[in-house]
Structures are given as structure tokens and as C-alpha cells.
Design a protein around this ligand. Structure first.
Ligand code: AMP
Ligand code: ZN
Length: 481
């Protein structure tokens, strides 16, 4: 597989430390609010990546944290604690908020067919691991105590900015944006490993440590959890592009300084879901959730389809119109699959050929829109319907659009409609092919609903398959020409 690596700024052949095995880490959600559909874009694309790797024959150990402590409103360790903010907003305890929004996150994931990672670990479960790493960093001289907090000393590194070639001043501006500078820091980009002197007197979660009662910084959580469950050699680290700096940059700084060797050679970043007014973000307070999509009558999987239609390394603009277009395309695809029957044997050679094409084309930097194109190629192929269904089923083990299940439902609907029509005296006289009967009926339904464009489209599609339809009173006749 070829995958773009943010650490080298190049598309490269995917490599692992152990043959056929991937140690994969994903930054999980900060559970102070619902995940928005932008966050979920990242999780959808990471899910496809994981499933693609499994499709390609890798065994994957995927680990994800749940951030339930330490993430302050500025990623640069200043501002208010996000969890505390959520608890105040809802007059609940931090743990109640964490549980509620963790459950809500996984319920959204389920609706979007996002697989639960093999290991899911709340940050508050691994305090001892963070203390071990912070102690190690202090011993090696990479960290210092100031004003009661422990900081990572970025001046000790030869290369701190691993993901971009920006100049230091530009990045530092981002860090300081709108918040006062922490005067304890020796260097502007130093970051907190362990807080004891918090300005939040009411910080709910605190643990004893060699440096006093306090709580971990946000970045150390991911290093600690990954080292615990992925081991010292991580193959692939994922997250949204906003995490590249400072979060991932700091993860690398502390992990590699602690370990004394390269930690993770491959970094996968998903670009943002944007609205007309910029990046969708929880802190802005106005964002779209999966529940809201459902309330408006959208199938969450149509949103997944919308995400798969574009490349993960491009910003994606959300608008209702764009989503509506994806809904139409998704339904059209399902309707086409619904016309396939289990007829004939599965042609294993054809199936294998498509398996290889999928590996090669989708494996070119996770080209998910190509995967959708490939499904259309399969639908048009000269092979048995059973082979087409088998190939589409295989592709969907990666795409997770529930294509076969939805097509089966659609087919049932069509059969029921057909029976209802027959009762009303509408009959289709054809040459004994359920798939063609279903299309002819879809055309009749479209005409009844005065959707003449759709009726014409189906007629053309039938024509392309060499079928001629003639309307007769209370029915239609079709024949192969
Ligand atoms: P958070 O819950 O804020 O820690 O974010 C969870 C994940 O969503 C992280 O990987 C972020 O990088 C990612 N993310 C945040 N905003 C967006 C967005 N608008 N589009 C795509 N991913 C995002
Ligand atoms: Zn992380």
C-alpha cells in the first residue's frame, strides 16, 4: 500500500516493524461534548484505513485513548480544562460527563459503522504510566520543574517541528493565540507533562505524584497509552490534521526522548470538515451531530458515503446540498445492487482480479472515491450476478456502507411493491428475470411519482442492457432485443 506520510511529506510504501502486523494508534475524542460530524470524518477515514489494512492481509492492533482529563481549551496548555467546562455547563461531575459523552461517541460510531478499536483506554486509567515516563524524562534531563508543574524542555531537541517547514515564530503565534503566556516555561513551545499548580482550584480529578498532587498534560496521555498497549515500536499514528501541531509534535518529542529511539515512522492525518465559516469545532459551540442528521431524516451511512467520496487529504466542505447529492448517489448505488440476484456461480478468478484491482487502486493513498467507482465497474462487468454480489461484499468489508444489507432491504421493498402492483392489476410481462422486473417496476414507480427524469434514466439503463420496455394498459412488457 502507498500511504502519504506527514512525517516525511511523501507518499511511501507502507511498512511495519513486524511482517503482516500493524501497531496502530488513534487519538480519541475529548469527551466534554458530543462528537461533531467533523471529528467523525477523521474517525470514518481512520476506520477505512484500518479495514483496508486488514483487507490487505495485515493483522492490526488498534489502540485509542479517551481524553477525560488534561485537555485545556488551548492546545498549548492554557485556558480552561475542557472537561471541567463541560461539567459546569451541565451541572454534573466530570466523571458523569465523561461517561455520558463516551457512550454517545460509541453510539455515533456504531451508527456510522465505525469499528470499536481493539483497545479503548480512558486517560484517567493510566496515571502510573504517565508518572513513569515523566520521571524518565526528568532523569534524562528532557524535563524540568517550574512553578510546581513539570515541563518538557523543547530546546533539548535537535529537531522539534517534525511535521512542517514553518518557521518557529509562525508556529509560536498559534500557540499563544488569545491566551497569556505561561511564564514558567523556559522556551515558548515547552509543554506541560504534569500539572500541580493549576489555576483551577476546583480541578475535580487529581492524583498523587512525586511532584505533588495534580494531573497529567494532554499530550502525555497518548504517549503513555500507546506505549502501554502498542509497545515501544508503533507503526502508524492517526489523527485529524489539527493534531499535528502541537499535540503530535509533542507526543513525538516526549516518546522518543523517553525511549531513546524512533517511536513511530508513519503519520496519517485527516484533513478537516469545514463549513462556510471555517473548520467545524466543538469549542465554537455550533456544530452538527449524528443525532441532528437523524432528526432531519438522514441515514448516518449517507454521511459516511459523503466522506468516502472525497480524499482524506483534502478539506471537505459540508453543506446540506452536498449531503443531499451524496444521499442521491448512495441510494442510486443501493438500488442498482438491489437488482442483482444470487444467480449463477461465483467466478473465483473474476473475484480475485477485483480483489487485486481494489488493493492496487484504493491502496494508492486510500483512494476511497476510486473504491466507489470500482463498485460501478463491477456492476457493469460481464460476469454472474453472484460474482458481482461477492465482489461488492468484499469491497464493503472495507467501506462499511452496508451495501448488501441495504440492497436486500430494497429488494424486499421492490418485491412487496411488485406484489401490491400486481394486486392492483399492474403486471410485468418479461422473460423471467427478477432483476429486470425490478428495474421496470422502479421505472413505473418513478413515472407514477412524476419523476420523469428518473424514469428516463431507468429506461436508458435498461436499453444499455439490451432491454426494450413497452407500456401496456395496467402493466409493461419487456424483451431482449
Ligand atoms: P477532539 O475530540 O477535539 O480531541 O477531536 C477528536 C478528533 O477529531 C481529533 O483527531 C481531531 O484532530 C479531529 N477533528 C477535530 N475537528 C475536526 C474537523 N473539523 N474535521 C475533521 N477532524 C476534526
Ligand atoms: Zn493523541
Amino acid at each position: 500500500m502507498l500511504l502519504y506520510n506527514s512525517a516525511t511529506h511523501k507518499k511511501e510504501e507502507f511498512k511495519t516493524h513486524t511482517p503482516n502486523h500493524v501497531e496502530m494508534y488513534t487519538c480519541g475524542p475529548t469527551v466534554y461534548h458530543f462528537a461533531h460530524i467533523g471529528n467523525l470524518r477523521s474517525y470514518i477515514m481512520e476506520d477505512v484505513l484500518e479495514k483496508f489494512l486488514r483487507f490487505a492481509g495485515y493483522d492490526v492492533n488498534r489502540v485509542m485513548n479517551i481524553t477525560d482529563v488534561g485537555h485545556l481549551s488551548s492546545d498549548a496548555d492554557t485556558g480552561e480544562d475542557k472537561m471541567l467546562k463541560g461539567a459546569k455547563r451541565e451541572h454534573k461531575t466530570v466523571m458523569e460527563i465523561a461517561k455520558f459523552y463516551t457512550d454517545a461517541f460509541f453510539s455515533d460510531c456504531q451508527k456510522l459503522n465505525i469499528k470499536r478499536p481493539d483497545v479503548v483506554e480512558p486517560a484517567t486509567n493510566c496515571i502510573n504510566e504517565y508518572i513513569t515516563i515523566v520521571s524518565g524524562l526528568l532523569d534524562k534531563g528532557y524535563a524540568y520543574l517550574a512553578g510546581g508543574n513539570v515541563y518538557f524542555d523543547t530546546s533539548k531537541l535537535d529537531r522539534y517541528y517534525v511535521f512542517n517547514d514553518h518557521n518557529e515564530d509562525d508556529l509560536a503565534v498559534g500557540v499563544r493565540e488569545g491566551v497569556e503566556e505561561d511564564t514558567n516555561k523556559k522556551n515558548r513551545n515547552d509543554f506541560v507533562l504534569w500539572f500541580t499548580k493549576s489555576k483551577f482550584e476546583d480541578q475535580a480529578l487529581k492524583w498523587d505524584s512525586p511532584w505533588g498532587v495534580g494531573y497529567p498534560g494532554w499530550h502525555i496521555e497518548c504517549s503513555g497509552i500507546s506505549l502501554k498497549y502498542n509497545g515501544e515500536y508503533l507503526d502508524l499514528h492517526c489523527g485529524g490534521i489539527d493534531n499535528a501541531f502541537p499535540h503530535h509534535t509533542n507526543e513525538i518529542a516526549q516518546s522518543e526522548s523517553y525511549l531513546g529511539h524512533t517511536w513511530c515512522p508513519q503519520w496519517f492525518h485527516v484533513h478537516h470538515l469545514n463549513t462556510n465559516s471555517g473548520k467545524m469545532s466543538k469549542s465554537k459551540g455550533e456544530f452538527l451531530t449524528v443525532s441532528l442528521l437523524e432528526e432531519k431524516g438522514y441515514d448516518p451511512l449517507a454521511y459516511r458515503f459523503f466522506c468516502l467520496q472525497s480524499h482524506y487529504r483534502k478539506g471537505l466542505v459540508f453543506s446540506w446540498e452536498n449531503l443531499d447529492n451524496a444521499v442521491v448517489a448512495y441510494q442510486k448505488l443501493i438500488a442498482k445492487i438491489a437488482t442483482l440476484t444470487e444467480e449463477g456461480e461465483v467466478d473465483e478468478a473474476v473475484k480475485q482480479k477485483y480483489h487485486e484491482t481494489f488493493l492496487q487502486q484504493v491502496g494508492n493513498d486510500l483512494n476511497t472515491s476510486m473504491a466507489v467507482t470500482l463498485i460501478y465497474d463491477v456492476l457493469k462487468a460481464k460476469t454472474t450476478p453472484a460474482t458481482k454480489l461477492a465482489v461488492i461484499g468484499e469491497f464493503d468489508s472495507v467501506l462499511s456502507l452496508s451495501l448488501l444489507e441495504k440492497a436486500a432491504e430494497k429488494r424486499k421493498e421492490l418485491v412487496a411493491q411488485q406484489q401490491a402492483q400486481a394486486q392492483k392489476g399492474y403486471t410485468i410481462h418479461g422473460e423471467g428475470d427478477d432483476a429486470i422486473d425490478a428495474l421496470v417496476l422502479q421505472r413505473a414507480e418513478a413515472k407514477k411519482a412524476k419523476n420523469f427524469a428518473e424514469a428516463d434514466r431507468i429506461r436508458d439503463e435498461l436499453k444499455a442492457q439490451g432491454i426494450e420496455v413497452t407500456d401496456v394498459p395496467n402493466g409493461a412488457v419487456w424483451k431482449r432485443i
